[in-house]
Design a protein around this ligand. Structure first.
Ligand SMILES: Nc1ncnc2c1ncn2[C@@H]1O[C@H](COP(=O)(O)OP(=O)(O)O)[C@@H](O)[C@H]1O
Ligand SMILES: [Mg+2]
Length: 336
């Protein structure tokens, strides 16, 4: 990517993520087919594509939920030039997880979700996953506690240090709720919040783990126009805090408002990479996606249903042909 104006460091030249040739199969279905992408530190990279393109599968491969059959995903949790992420009570605890991160970064493939979180990658889910009975602030605490030093023994041994850490966790959780605009919802059960608020709460919880890279899976799904504007502002504020963002989003206008570059997936393959302007005018992208994503997704589902119906009809025809071929013999001759 060439840039006319020199940027202050960190620049996109510093990688935070380098995905190479990732292939993920489920039985006969190839959900990711040799996917490669590179994400520059301190920016937003958007991943777009029709339903079923493999976007969520990619997130699952990066976060240890799925293990791809092939490929690598290298991650650089820190760079010498990176600004610090929002202050954490226990950044030191996270730092110990970074020992051994050199020029080549760390390999994410094969790591457990827990290890990936500790390395500095957090995510939100396409289908919101909060603890609905717990309050907003308690949900965020769950994220912040990932980095806590006292860990599971905290409740058993309430030393002064443990109490101080608990206070810090609570303070940071409040700050994060403030940051995402949910100060007025601190004590509300997560399940009672409006949909858009739940999405922001999930972002606050993810930020609680002090990530270097935040993965957002369709954060604007179901959002109103004003919630979308708020989300654009929130994503920019997150990047300003030194957190890089990988964003799955359907709304190309929202994507163009925050993302420096875009990767387009279709049927598990990268079909285009470029700036929002380049992507908008790419014929392959227009064909695959931008025309009318909903119609196209529906068309594809219809096509698949038609294909299956055709296959069944073919099978029946084969069966009939086999039956006829076998007439007068043992009935199995014509079968393949
Ligand atoms: N756990 C799974 N088992 C079987 N197939 C899966 C699984 N996860 C995803 N897939 C398939 O992988 C393809 C890509 O899905 P997904 O990554 O959810 O797409 P997107 O997020 O772009 O809509 C789909 O065909 C989906 O059915
Ligand atoms: Mg998805």
């Amino acid at each position: 990517m060439s840039r006319a104006i020199p940027q202050p460091r960190p620049s996109a030249a510093d990688p935070i993520l380098d995905v190479r040739d990732v292939t993920l199969r489920f039985g006969g279905l190839t959900s990711l087919d040799g996917v490669s992408l590179r994400h520059g530190r301190g920016s937003v990279l958007a991943v777009i594509g029709p339903n079923g393109a493999g976007k969520t599968s990619l997130f699952n491969c990066l976060t240890g939920a799925y293990r791809p059959q092939q490929g690598s995903a290298r991650f650089w949790p820190t760079a010498p030039t990176a600004p610090t992420a929002p202050a954490s009570p226990a950044t030191q605890a996270g730092a110990s997880a970074l020992v051994g991160v050199g020029e080549r970064g760390v390999e994410l493939v094969g790591r457990s979700p827990h290890r990936v979180t500790r390395l500095g990658i957090a995510r939100t889910f396409q289908n919101i996953r909060l603890f609905p009975e717990m309050s907003a602030v308690e949900n965020v605490q769950v994220g912040v506690e990932v980095r806590a030093r006292a860990g599971a023994l905290r409740g058993l041994v309430p030393t002064r240090a443990v109490r101080r850490e608990e206070r810090e966790i609570l303070e940071r959780s409040h700050l994060l709720l403030d940051f995402v605009g949910l100060r007025h919802r601190v004590r509300w059960p997560a399940g009672s919040l409006a949909y858009g608020e739940q999405r922001r709460l999930e972002i606050a919880r993810a930020l609680g783990t002090s990530p270097a890279l935040l993965l957002l899976d369709e954060p604007a799904a179901g959002a109103t126009a004003s919630e979308r504007r708020d989300l654009v502002a929130l994503i920019r504020a997150i990047v300003d805090q030194g957190v890089s963002v990988l964003l799955i989003e359907h709304d190309i206008r929202l994507v163009a408002a925050v993302a420096r570059s875009i990767v387009v997936l279709n049927f598990g393959r990268v079909i285009a990479t470029g700036s929002p302007e380049q992507i908008r005018s790419d014929p392959a992208v227009i064909e695959a996606y931008l025309g009318d994503p909903d119609d196209r997704a529906d068309d594809r589902a219809d096509d698949r249903a038609d294909d299956r119906a055709d296959d069944r009809a073919d099978d029946r025809a084969d069966d009939r042909a086999a039956g006829q071929a076998g007439d007068g013999t043992d009935g199995s001759e014509g079968r393949r």
